[in-house]
Design a protein around this ligand. Structure first.
Ligand code: ATP
Length: 240
């Protein structure tokens, strides 16, 4: 096992103007791990993912990827190094077709044959998407759009996949499908950081998790440990 974490945040701070949304968090992801970030609305989860992807600047602390600082790299360079974000709300290009959306994920790649091979792999993993390649993406269901967003991210051949609330607004059965896809991506060796409001689901699913509250990490542990933690149960699983 490799000792250098794939991703390491140290004392990370992110602010919107004078408002500090992330107040000095530290966390790490090891190669191949599936880790969840849970917490209430406004805790700073999305802000954290966006800072890792380079969509938001940081105001303090550090982000290391494969042991090297990346906080000064623009988002497209981080993408080229293997950090892909599936943003909150999915970021689908609604007027483009499904296939066009997927191919956007490969825009930094020059290896055409590799892209075609990856498309085929993604079609196998996402048969629903394959059936709809020529459909305008804005007319897809929420679950189908989420699949396309994940497929598009996979086309950049990520080593680190950042998923922001893939279950948002979806029916339970659809959520289950999405999580199956995430699990199979994880089994292929992609390291995943998943932001999820549904703590119950996230903790059952993740190897490890961090709990975020008001811009800080207040708890961390294995999914099972956190599921059993009375504080977590009271705050996030609706128990008294
Ligand atoms: P949610 O699940 O609701 O997305 P979250 O944990 O992802 O919550 P963030 O979206 O990261 O939380 O928000 C963290 C804090 O930063 C909140 O107080 C939010 O109001 C604030 N914030 C987020 N985006 C902006 C922005 N563009 N401008 C100003 N403040 C913002």
């Amino acid at each position: 096992e490799e000792k250098t974490p794939l991703l390491q945040l140290q004392a990370l701070q992110v602010a919107y103007g004078g408002i500090q949304a992330v107040k000095g968090i530290s966390l790490e992801l090891h190669h191949g791990e599936l880790v969840c970030l849970i917490g209430a609305n406004g805790a700073g989860k999305t802000t954290t993912l966006n800072a890792i992807a380079g969509v938001l600047p940081i105001v303090g602390g550090s982000i290391a990827y494969e042991g090297k600082p990346i906080a000064n790299l623009p988002a497209h360079k981080r993408l080229r190094q293997g950090i892909a974000l599936v943003p909150e709300g999915r970021g689908i290009f609604t007027r483009l077709t499904v296939e066009e959306n997927l191919r956007m994920g490969a825009y930094t790649r020059r290896d055409r044959a590799g892209v075609e091979a990856d498309l085929e792999r993604i079609y196998t993993m996402l048969p629903r998407v394959k059936e709809r390649l020529h459909q305008v993406a804005g007319t897809l269901s929420g679950g189908e759009q989420q699949m396309v967003a994940i497929g598009r991210a996979l086309l950049s051949r990520p080593r680190l996949l950042l998923l922001d609330e893939p279950s948002m607004g979806l029916a339970p059965l659809v959520v289950e499908k999405i999580f199956e896809v995430v699990q199979s991506v994880s089994r292929e060796g992609v390291t995943i950081l998943l932001v999820e409001q549904n703590a119950n689901l996230a903790l059952e699913f993740a190897q490890r998790a961090y709990v975020m509250e008001s811009g800080q990490i207040t708890l961390s542990g294995s999914g099972a440990e956190l599921l059993a933690d009375p504080k977590v149960r009271a705050a996030y699983l609706g128990e008294l």
